[in-house]
Design a protein around this ligand. Structure first.
Ligand code: GLN
Length: 546
């Protein structure tokens, strides 16, 4: 039977619980164990699909089309294990299930209550089959202890602590040890209070993972152990790491994995970890051969969490080329307010990337960025919305279709981009509708595409058949293919039925690729996505010229 590790957070949010969980998963993997990571999100939304990226950050899409928390992206990148719909649950989903059951009469007249019904659903989710041979299931509880909406989740994991066989559960609490500069002291009180709160609901943490700015002095470690009722060796220091891929190494050095194994009585029998690849990547990231600048012209640039996977995929592309990738975040709207800004911000850059976005705001600025990159031979990578903008740019500026637009921005006589139902010959495509994204019309999850033999895309992928994850509602209108291709922008990847454009590229340009899907979701540090590796390679070429 799998063993369960519950990761909770205290004191403040944003301490990096997702990253800590992912890093621990990676360490257990490095010892030869199989892991699965799951996330419990106490908010009431059914999934983050309808939340503003400014509120929630990126929506991470799984292979099977679930819109999930961005922490699942960390899990995948650190462990290489694909997450599924069954690895992220929210209060909204739980209540939805319960209310449906109640309406069907499944509760046979019982009064439906938080305990045992809500907690029961949470436990079922945690215990759902983690897959063949999984040794450890790591379960992260979103939010911080003390949040009202988190209570049923804490109660459920408390119950599991009793219900699982002895030695099969471990509780890790992630906290913050603030350093008060004026007093020159590290403070343990917030952690003590947080653990007190946790213990008052029946959970005694086994391990404290403490985020701190300076190393924990011995006296403070002893004090924490004493007041929080843990062993001194179970007070693990978590300083800021040089980069996120150094986190597993730093945690190992502090003894996190050893302490976890000790909780399970496996410390002496567990194989030593093989951390070679983590050392290698941490070294490569801290010793690049040079750097390139990429301008990201997007919509949610004020919050880089909104583009979490994109940022990581660019880092991976850098790793593939031994380069540090510097990002220049530009709001599309900035290019609308001041046209001179375009040359100022883009002329010296080594690559321009327009990422995913929703709605019209900023799109005119993004279209200008596409035009500038096209005209100045700057490597251009358009992702999802970024491909749609590249199509509209070509249509308006080169094909003479002045009214070219996307129906996402309102009615248009020239729907270069639109809802498939608005223009396809019959609705000959299956659209998965199980997601609850705004109206359930988004194409989410992995879909195949066929690439044109001899295209740059086929060369980059090293084949003509690919599968990538999508998250969008609008499609490029295939009916405009001939007119747009005449401008040099070729449709080099299509859905297997030939109706949905998936990739476009310019033949008259060093590197100009647009993709309708989100390749960043599948990029891994040890397996950089070929498009990102190639894009950064092209940026490197340009960096030699400007
Ligand atoms: N808004 C566009 C659509 O829905 C693009 C979405 C995206 O970039 N993820 O098709």
């Amino acid at each position: 039977m799998a063993r369960y590790i519950f990761i909770t957070g205290g004191v403040v949010s944003s301490l990096g619980k997702g990253l800590a969980s992912a890093a621990l998963g990676a360490l257990l993997q490095a010892r030869g164990y199989q892991v699965r990571l799951r996330k419990l999100d106490p908010y009431l939304n059914v999934d983050p699909g309808t939340m503003s990226p400014f509120q929630h950050g990126e929506v991470f899409v799984t292979e099977d089309g679930a819109e999930t928390d961005l922490d699942l992206g960390h899990y995948e990148r650190f462990t290489g294990v694909n997450a599924t719909r069954g690895d992220n649950i929210t209060t909204g989903q739980i209540y939805k299930t319960i209310i449906e059951k109640e309406r069907r009469g499944d509760y046979l007249g019982a009064t439906v209550q938080v305990i045992p019904h809500v907690t029961g659903e949470i436990k079922d989710f945690v215990l759902a089959d983690p897959g063949e041979g999984v040794d450890f299931v790591l379960v992260e509880v979103g939010g911080t202890v003390g949040d009202i909406e988190g209570l049923p989740f804490f109660e459920a994991i408390r119950q599991l602590g009793q219900e699982l066989p002895r030695g099969h559960a471990c509780f890790i609490h992630l906290t913050l040890l603030p350093f008060i500069k004026t007093a020159g002291e590290m403070k343990t009180k917030p952690t003590q209070h947080s653990v007190k709160e946790l213990r008052s609901i029946g959970i005694q943490p086994d391990i404290l993972l403490c985020r701190a700015e300076i190393p924990i002095p011995e006296g403070e470690r002893k004090k924490l152990a004493l007041f929080c009722n843990v062993r001194p060796s179970a007070v693990i220091q978590a300083l800021d790491s040089e980069n996120i891929y150094a986190v597993p190494l730093d945690y190992h050095e502090q003894g996190l994995d050893t302490e976890v194994l000790d909780v399970f009585g496996m410390k002496d029998t567990a194989p030593a970890p093989d951390l070679t690849r983590w050392k290698d990547i941490a070294h490569r990231l801290s010793h690049p051969d040079g750097e390139v600048n990429i301008a990201v012209v997007g919509k949610y640039t004020g919050l880089t969490d909104a583009y979490k996977s994109l940022v990581e995929a660019l880092v991976h592309g850098g790793v593939a080329n031994n380069l540090r990738v510097r990002l220049d975040w530009i709001e599309g709207e900035a290019f609308e307010r001041d046209e001179d800004m375009i040359a100022i911000r883009l002329a010296g850059t080594h690559g321009v990337l327009v990422p995913g976005a929703f709605g019209e705001r900023g799109s005119a600025g993004m279209i200008r960025a596409v035009q500038f990159a096209r005209e100045h031979q700057i490597p251009y990578f358009g992702i999802c919305f970024g491909m749609q903008m590249a199509m509209i740019e070509a249509a308006r500026n080169l094909a003479g279709i002045e009214a070219a637009s996307s129906t996402e921005f309102g009615p248009t006589s020239e729907p270069i981009v639109g809802l498939m139902t608005e223009w396809t010959r019959g609705n000959d495509r299956e659209v998965r509708q199980e997601g609850d994204n705004l109206g359930g019309t988004m194409r989410c999850g992995s879909y195949e595409a066929i690439l044109l033999e001899g295209s740059k895309a086929a060369e980059i992928y090293g084949g003509v058949s690919i599968s990538e994850r999508h998250r969008h509602r609008y499609e490029v209108n295939i009916d405009y293919r001939d007119r747009i291709e005449a401008t040099g922008l070729k449709f080099t990847g299509l859905s297997p039925n030939g109706v949905l454009p998936e990739i476009c590229e310019r033949m008259d340009h060093p590197w100009f690729v647009g993709v309708q899907y989100h390749p960043e979701l599948k990029s891994r540090p040890f397996d950089p996505h070929p498009l990102f590796a190639s894009f950064i390679g092209a940026a490197k070429e340009r960096s030699r010229m400007v």
